[in-house]
Design a protein around this ligand. Structure first.
Ligand SMILES: [Zn+2]
Length: 361
C-alpha cells in the first residue's frame, strides 16, 4: 500500500495478546515434553508452518534475547528467552541449552526443537531443549529473515506487529466508554457486568473498534486509548470536555491523519421530491448547455432540465413541469448534475453552497 495515499492511516497496533502479557511462568516444564526419539522427524519448516506438539527443524534469526532465572524442583537455573523471526512469521522461544550461546541478529538452524501451543491464545512457543541441535548459519542477506507483516500472514496471535492499511469500518461501540475502577470492565447502563459495587466508581476510557484492510485481507482492530487519541488528534480529556459541552458536534475520524484540509465536500439534505422544467429542444447538444452560465443540463439528445425560473421556458418546443423523485436512480442523476452545474457556475466559495440550497428550496 502506497504511503502517499492520504486515505491510509498508519497504525502500530499491538495485539491484545501482548496486553495480557505472556508470563514466563507459563513456559512448559521441559521434563513434561515427549522425547524427540518418540516422534517422527519433521523436515525443515518456516515459522509459519510449525506444528504444535511436534519436534521440528527450522532456521531463523534471533531478534531479541535475554537470560532469565527460572525456579524448578532442583532450584534456580538460567534459561534464554527471546523472539525468532524468518520471512514468514515470528514467534517467541525459550532455550534450555544455555551451553550454546545465541547472539542477537544471528541466524541459526534449530534441529529437533519442540513446538508448544499455549492453550487459550493458540499462540506458539519454540522450546529449545537439551536435545536440540543448534548450528549457526552464515547469511549474506538478512532480508530472508525479516518478516514484513500483512494481515493474511497472521494465522496465530503475535506480539508487537506494525500494519499499514485503511480503516474500512468503524463499529458503533467506539468512542468514550465508562470502565469499572475495580475490574476494568466496560459498564453497560452505568452498571458493571461483573456486579462490582457502585461505590468502586468508574472512569472514562476511549477506544475505537474497527476493521483494518491492507490489501491482503482484513481484521478486527481495537485502538486502545493512546492510539485512538493520536488517530482522533484529541486526548481523552478534550473528548470528555467536548462530549459534555452543550455545543458538542459529532466527532468524525480524520483518516488523513493530518490537519484537516479545507473540505471540498458539501453535505446537502435533499427533499424526497422536487420539481424541474423538462424542455424539448431541437438543439440539445450537451456542450452548448455545458458552457451555458445557467443552471441547465441536457440529456445529450433533445431534452433539457432546469429549475423553474432559471431559463425562459417558452423558447422550447414543448415544456412540462417534471417532478423528480430522489429514490429513482434516473431522477437522482438529473438532480446530481443540476447541483454540480450550480456549484460549477460559481467557484467563489461559500456562495456555491447557498446556490445549491436555493436550487433545492
Ligand atoms: Zn467491575
Amino acid at each position: 500500500m502506497s504511503t502517499n495515499n492520504t486515505n491510509s492511516t498508519e497504525i502500530i497496533a499491538k495485539s491484545s495478546f501482548q496486553e495480557k502479557g505472556l508470563e514466563e511462568d507459563s513456559y512448559p516444564d521441559p521434563s513434561t515434553l515427549p522425547l524427540p526419539s518418540q516422534e517422527p522427524r519433521i523436515a525443515d519448516v518456516t515459522l509459519s508452518e510449525l506444528i504444535p506438539g511436534r519436534y521440528v527443524s527450522t532456521t531463523a534469526r534471533v531478534v531479541y534475547l535475554r537470560a532469565i532465572e527460572k525456579q524448578d524442583a532442583l532450584g534456580s537455573k538460567m534459561i534464554f528467552s527471546g523472539i525468532l523471526e524468518d520471512s514468514a512469521f515470528k514467534i517467541p522461544f525459550v532455550s534450555h541449552r544455555i551451553s550454546s550461546p545465541l547472539i542477537r541478529n544471528c541466524v541459526y538452524k534449530f534441529q529437533s526443537a519442540y513446538v508448544h501451543e499455549f492453550p487459550t491464545e493458540r499462540s506458539l512457543l519454540l522450546v529449545i531443549t537439551e536435545h536440540t541441535k543448534i548450528s549457526p548459519k552464515d547469511i549474506e542477506d538478512y532480508r530472508e529473515y525479516i518478516w514484513k507483516p500483512t494481515i493474511d500472514s497472521i494465522k496465530r496471535p503475535v506480539k508487537s506487529v506494525a500494519l499499514q492499511g485503511i480503516i474500512t469500518t468503524i463499529h458503533g461501540n467506539s468512542g468514550l466508554i465508562k470502565r469499572c475502577n475495580k475490574c476494568k470492565s466496560v459498564l453497560y447502563d452505568d452498571a458493571c457486568p461483573n456486579k462490582c459495587p457502585k461505590e468502586e466508581g468508574w472512569g472514562w476510557d476511549l477506544r475505537v473498534s474497527c476493521r483494518l484492510y491492507d490489501g491482503s485481507g482484513s481484521m478486527k482492530m481495537v485502538l486502545t486509548k493512546d492510539i485512538a487519541s493520536s488517530v482522533l488528534q484529541r486526548n481523552l480529556a478534550e473528548l470528555v470536555l467536548l462530549a459534555s459541552s452543550k455545543k458538542a458536534k459529532p466527532l468524525t475520524l480524520n483518516t488523513n491523519n493530518i490537519q484537516s484540509p479545507p473540505s471540498s465536500e458539501i453535505i446537502l439534505k435533499l427533499p424526497e421530491a422536487m420539481e424541474v422544467i423538462e424542455g424539448v429542444t431541437d438543439n440539445a447538444s450537451s456542450s452548448s448547455y455545458r458552457s451555458s452560465n445557467k443552471v441547465i443540463i441536457a440529456d445529450g439528445r433533445n431534452l433539457v432540465y432546469f429549475p423553474p425560473g432559471e431559463e425562459d421556458e417558452h423558447k422550447f418546443t414543448e415544456y412540462v413541469k417534471r417532478p423528480l423523485n430522489i429514490s429513482e436512480i434516473e431522477d437522482r442523476k438529473i438532480v446530481r448534475r443540476l447541483i454540480e452545474k450550480t456549484l460549477d457556475r460559481n467557484k467563489e466559495g461559500y456562495r456555491n453552497e447557498k446556490d445549491a440550497r436555493d436550487l433545492l428550496a
